[in-house]
Design a protein around this ligand. Structure first.
Ligand SMILES: [Zn+2]
Ligand SMILES: [Zn+2]
Length: 298
């Protein structure tokens, strides 16, 4: 399978705050003007061109995979085997061990998830705060090599990074004792959706790709249960309250034959505002329980 190659030592900023080192074409912001109703038909017309662009990019990736040696996406060291990271960078990934069972915020190092063997305690941030999802699980801290791989998957369609992230989510579930074979009620995975125009603009939906691969790995079903019905500005520079206002009413669940329990997958959990809005939309449509899985917690 062809793999995209990472560039050595490349500094990449968060998707919504690109630095000069980030390729401008990949980080180009979706133009908000396209969200106006008058231009939606035009955007739909260019969708076939977007698919053609995807096919050409896949061909280019295949050619690069044949020509360029495989290298670590974080440090650029040559790799003899497949995989996105060298051993040193893989060891630098900060996996989340003990964490708040509700919002997945990591606990201080050395603190057990179940102090005294009792039930896990919520962190001060979400104690007493109602959340529309039952619990959240994040695989690692959004920093260093893991952050690099999230961005490589999101903006470079890096297949090896994608496989790494999916395996990280599966392992995080196992670390939490959240084994899917034991939870027959959670048979459906879904993902935080992009606005339809942004999906056309980008040509793909990275969070959905992760959720589909994870569903396949866990022998569960992926269903696109959510739609983003309103265009919203980027969240990165907003406070928790501003994010909440920004996303209020932006998601809606498809109401046909919804399951009772749903696993919601996203790439990065920051304030959990997006996950909360999506979970609330699912609950409003009749879903009884939602669990959030995120590759990384920032
Ligand atoms: Zn490395
Ligand atoms: Zn918490």
């Amino acid at each position: 399978m062809p793999e995209a190659r990472g560039r050595s030592g490349e500094t990449i900023a968060h998707a919504s705050a690109p630095t000069k080192a980030f390729p401008a074409a990949r980080a180009a912001a979706f133009p908000a003007c396209l969200a106006t109703p008058g231009l939606r038909a035009l955007a739909a017309c260019v969708q076939p061109l977007a698919f053609l662009g995807l096919a050409l990019r896949a061909l280019a990736r295949g050619a690069l995979a044949l020509l360029a040696p495989n290298s670590c996406r974080q440090c650029g060291a040559p790799l003899e085997r497949g995989g996105p990271l060298c051993d040193e960078c893989a060891a630098d990934v900060r996996w989340i061990g003990a964490a708040c069972p509700r919002c997945a915020t990591p606990r201080p190092a050395g603190e057990d998830e179940r102090p005294g063997g009792g039930a896990p305690e919520a962190c001060p941030e979400c104690t007493g705060r109602p959340l529309p999802f039952r619990r959240a699980i994040a695989a690692g801290v959004y920093a260093g090599p893991l952050r690099r791989l999230v961005l490589a998957h999101k903006f470079e369609e890096d297949r090896a990074a994608r496989r790494f992230l999916v395996a990280a989510l599966r392992d995080a579930c196992r670390r939490r004792g959240f084994h899917f074979s034991c939870l027959s009620g959670y048979s459906v995975l879904t993902s935080v959706p992009l606005h339809p125009l942004k999906r056309i603009w980008r040509g793909r939906d990275p969070a959905r790709e992760i959720a589909e691969d994870l569903a396949h790995l866990l022998r569960r079903t992926y269903r696109p249960l959510l739609r983003k019905i309103r265009w919203t500005p980027a969240q990165a520079a907003l406070s928790r309250e501003q994010r909440r206002r920004n996303l209020r009413g932006a998601f809606r669940a498809r109401r046909r034959s919804l399951p009772r329990r749903v696993v919601l997958v996203d790439d990065v959990l920051t304030t959990a505002t997006t996950a909360s809005e999506c979970a609330a939309a699912l609950r409003a449509a009749g879903v009884q329980e939602v669990i959030v899985l995120a590759v990384a917690r920032s």
